[in-house]
Design a protein around this ligand. Structure first.
Ligand SMILES: Nc1ncnc2c1ncn2[C@@H]1O[C@H](COP(=O)(O)OP(=O)(O)OP(=O)(O)O)[C@@H](O)[C@H]1O
Length: 456
């Protein structure tokens, strides 16, 4: 590292001095700066191989907000800058967020000298590799990857993908059912990409999140003056999707009047903007998704049967991850490679012990939870002896707060476990039925029934 140049930014002069003392023995030049306001000037007048930036400046002691703002600023000035963050308070969550925001690594204060040096070495070497890569790529024309196409992993997904390929070219309405995080959005996009509409818009709307008053204008548009905030004519999401596909997510959450409005539009195949009386013809492929049991909702009269029949010409059921244990290893491996590359971490695989634990875990958040857990473990993994590291159970936090499922305890009966899960989620979300239902991947009605059953 003797030819490298570093910049250290921290408002604590003692930290700056101690870090400089350590680094000067190994690095060619070390600049120090107390005031982050000087960053733009320093970056415009120097070429640094790495910048070590504190996350917690005195004005805003522990939230790291100021550190994130400076990180953004540095990356605006030099998108290739290699920023290593100092994070204190043992806050690894902040470190994970920082790396997602574009830092290359982090050092926890108080630091251990050898780890600090390793981190700086990694950052500086990464910079060199990047420069070499850039020079190489100037000599050769880079091959374009199949950008934008969705990768769907898992042997249990194969029959679903076969159906996707069969139904995609037809204009049949598709209803995708599955718990949160099972891949409904991914499958909806895959249907669109395999359809003849692939060059036309794919418009995704979380209808469950639309308030009663926004629902109509968002979906069907409005004309100027239709209501107080309607300052201009605006097309709705259906019109935006014309010629292509509209994906209505969380369809199970629609109120009766929203269901009625939607049904009319689907029956007539035309929309009328709020405040207008001119109907516009629609040519839209409809895909809907929900984590609710719609048949059950129909039986309870919470969802219109005629609307269900209109949207479920083809029904796809995505199984929860715990019911496809063979996919857990495949998905974990896929995300591990993806994030190891993205964050430049020398992680080569999962240890057999970790894989066994992962297969026991219930994954209430399904693939999304697995993806985030692997991403976090990769970011936090520390190389052992420089070679590729295997992730171990110790690297893995299933749910940091421990409120959701912990790995399955075989002695627990299924019902006990269900009760425990619901109790934990209720505590975590302070009794919010919507949030708990979402986390556990059940409809609100199903959650109410279980609360009653368990006397919670
Ligand atoms: N089979 C799979 N292969 C690769 N990635 C997957 C797979 N299934 C899901 N994912 C990833 O998991 C995450 C969650 O998937 P997605 O958003 O499609 O789930 P969802 O069922 O629509 O969730 P929600 O009900 O919360 O809207 C996404 O990042 C998606 O890319």
């Amino acid at each position: 590292m003797q030819d490298a140049k570093l910049l250290l930014v921290d408002d604590d002069p003692d930290v700056l001095l101690a870090a400089r003392l350590l680094l000067k023995r190994h690095v060619g030049a070390v600049d120090i700066e107390k005031n982050p306001e000087k960053l733009p000037f320093l970056l415009n007048n120097n070429r640094y191989d790495a910048i070590v930036l504190d996350m917690n400046f005195q004005r805003d002691v522990s939230s790291g907000r100021e550190g994130f703002a400076w990180l953004d600023r540095i990356l605006d000035i030099d998108p290739k800058a290699r920023v290593v963050l100092f994070t204190a308070y043992g806050d690894v969550e902040m470190a994970v967020r920082a790396i997602k925001a574009g830092a290359v690594d982090f050092v926890l204060k108080p630091w251990q000298n050898d780890k600090f040096l390793d981190t700086i070495r990694g950052a500086v070497n990464g910079k060199k590799e990047e420069v070499e890569e850039r020079e190489d790529s100037q000599k050769t024309t880079r091959k374009k990857g199949s950008a934008g196409s969705t990768t769907i992993i898992g042997s249990a997904m194969r029959p679903i993908l076969e159906t996707v390929e069969q139904v995609a070219p037809t204009d049949a309405n598709v209803l995708i059912l599955g718990e949160n995080g099972t891949g409904k959005d991914l499958i909806a996009r895959a249907i669109h990409e395999h359809s003849n509409r692939r060059d036309k818009p794919f418009v995704s709307v979380d209808v469950g999140a639309l308030t009663e008053s926004l629902f109509e204008s968002e979906l069907f548009g409005h004309v100027k003056g239709a209501f107080t905030d309607a300052r201009d004519d605006r097309a709705g999401r259906f019109e935006e999707a014309n010629g292509g596909t509209i994906f209505l997510d969380e369809i199970g959450n629609l109120t009766p009047s929203q269901q009625a409005r939607l049904l009319t539009v689907l029956q007539q195949r035309q929309v009328t903007r709020v405040g207008s009386n001119k109907a516009r013809a629609l040519d839209v492929r409809l895909i809907c998704a929900t984590n609710a049991d719609l048949a059950e909702r129909v039986a309870e009269r919470g969802f219109r049967q005629d609307l269900l029949y209109r949207i479920n010409t083809i029904e796809l059921h995505l199984p929860p991850l715990r019911e496809r244990p063979s996919d857990i290893g495949l998905l974990a491996d896929y995300f591990l490679k993806k994030y190891a590359k993205q964050y430049n971490r020398p992680v080569s695989g999962l240890s057999p012990a970790l894989l066994a634990e992962m297969k026991q875990y219930r994954w209430p958040g399904n693939v999304r939870e697995l993806q985030h857990a692997v991403e976090r473990a990769v970011i936090l993994a520390r190389p052992e002896g420089g070679s590729g590291t295997l992730l171990e159970p110790a690297n893995f936090v299933f749910r940091k707060d421990g409120n959701a499922a912990s790995p399955v305890n075989e002695t627990l009966q299924l019902e006990d476990m269900e009760r425990q899960l619901i109790q934990q989620a209720m505590q975590k979300h302070r009794g919010s039925i919507t949030d708990v239902a979402r986390e556990l991947g059940v409809s609100r009605q199903a959650l109410y029934r279980r609360l009653e059953k368990f006397g919670l």
